[in-house]
Design a binder for this molecule. Structure first.
Ligand SMILES: [Zn+2]
Length: 440
């Protein structure tokens, strides 16, 4: 034993010696800097905060194991792009589901759960930041849910609480339609639609408070600017924009001004670390040229959609969503797709204006009729974002924040605020005066 050890030691010394003789070569160190973009992407917890796939589950009987078809998201692409967690959007078309918002909400929630049950070897249903981390450790895909549009609660706080109980972890206060308590950027300029005076009614403030208390993230994508600022004044937890981009780069009311980006970064109570803006990939939100071209052909699209609807109505039927989508897609496909670099410009802009801790990803996959930047068709292409960010000098740590770390931080804080509020047993706003949030 001893002799063998000595021989080994001698060999080792010799090898060190010969090494010292060779010309000076910097020893390869495994510092974060030396990681390749692929390694960084592979090691990150990648979280996307918005995909409309549940519409496909319900209306097209789409299964996540199916090929992509016309869509953007399936199990294969999730694995290829190391997507760790998706917030599936529970979006209820307010026109098609008049009178049954809650019913449709339940159908969509159920469809997500059915997919999880069917693919339990690969997907896990998750409702917390720890759950996302646990899924990552087990190499499983975490499925979460966010409601897109406050009309889903049918003006009922008990219904809001039941959605939370079913696992919904964020709610976009409005979709493109204003509801009875919050205004939308989608119809704020339409005088024939009733709007609130101050962005939120007293009941709307109650909703915000109850979401804070429950630990449901407040999503301000889609809301009107006034509703945005009103919400930020009263929320005690930081907010998210689940799928919005930068208005300075593409002037769309769905995007956020620099002032709004900074306001999200400063949202929450006095000790808050602030919220996160998850960049929407939709071509019409990231490219001004695309938006202008899209706007120019809008009258023609509206006419074609109206004709399609009339055709179905004549047969006593409702035009199927998939048909309308196909028609809109045929128009949109005429406009050239913007380059991926334009999407990176938005991430870069938000990181510079709001800070590196306040930007994330909110793809809007399956919600934009395939109108996505060049080369970005599904989660399988997400590593390209990491690659492009690193090419612009973003560190591995910065990338991990953008890819999901920032959202995890906000999610944790929302839960912490919820615990504080539940301990306070504070009366509802409509029972008392609006609460005075300490201003920063
Ligand atoms: Zn949306």
């Amino acid at each position: 034993m001893r002799t063998r050890l000595r021989v080994l030691l001698a060999l080792l010394t010799l090898s060190v010696f010969t090494h010292a003789q060779t010309p000076a070569q910097p020893a390869p160190k495994m510092t974060p800097k030396s990681l390749t973009p692929a390694q960084v992407h592979q090691s990150a917890i990648v979280i996307d905060t918005h995909a409309d796939t549940p519409q496909r589950f319900v209306d097209e009987h789409f299964d996540l194991a199916d090929p992509l078809g016309n869509g953007n998201l399936n199990l294969d692409s999730i694995h290829k792009g190391n997507l760790g967690a998706e917030f599936f959007s529970i979006w209820v078309d307010p026109v098609a589901n008049q009178g049954r918002f809650a019913g449709r909400t339940f159908d969509l929630i159920d469809s997500v759960k059915q997919q999880v049950a069917k693919h339990h070897d690969q997907i896990v249903f998750v409702t917390s930041p720890e759950g996302i981390e646990q899924a990552h450790r087990e190499h499983k895909f975490a499925a979460l849910m966010g409601i897109e549009g406050g009309h889903s609660i049918e003006d009922s706080i008990p219904l809001l609480r039941q959605y939370y109980a079913l696992g919904v972890r964020y709610m976009t206060l409005t979709w493109s339609n204003s509801n009875n308590w919050a205004d939308s950027s989608g119809d704020i300029d339409n005088a024939s639609i009733p709007h609130t005076k101050e962005g939120l009614t007293e009941f709307g403030k109650d909703v915000v408070y109850e979401m804070n208390r429950l630990g449901m993230m407040i999503d301000i994508s889609h809301v009107s600017d006034r509703t945005f600022y009103r919400t930020l004044v009263i929320t005690r937890a930081p907010v998210i924009a689940s799928h919005s981009s930068a208005r300075a780069l593409c002037d769309h009311p769905r995007n956020m001004t620099d002032d709004m980006l900074r306001a999200v970064a400063n949202s929450g109570g006095p000790n808050s670390k602030g919220g996160v803006v998850d960049v929407n990939f939709y071509s019409g939100f990231i490219s001004q040229a695309y938006r202008d071209a899209d706007k120019a052909q809008q009258p023609e699209i509206d006419k074609a959609v109206a004709e399609l609807k009339a055709k179905y109505k004549a047969e006593g039927k409702e035009a199927p969503h998939a048909e309308i989508d196909k028609l809109q897609r045929s128009f949109a496909d005429r406009i050239p797709r913007p380059p991926l670099s334009m999407l990176i410009d938005h991430i870069d802009h938000i990181a510079k204006v709001a800070g590196i801790d306040h930007v994330g990803l909110g793809s809007d996959f399956d919600g934009v009729s395939g109108q996505l930047p060049e080369g970005l068709n599904s989660p399988a292409d997400l590593p390209k974002i990491t690659e492009a960010l690193m090419a612009r000098g973003y560190s591995a740590e910065d990338c991990r924040k953008i890819l999901g770390g920032n959202l995890l931080r906000v999610f944790r804080e929302v839960e912490a605020v919820s615990k504080e509020l539940q301990a306070e047993n504070r009366p509802r706003i409509t029972d008392k005066q609006p609460f005075d949030k300490p201003q920063k």
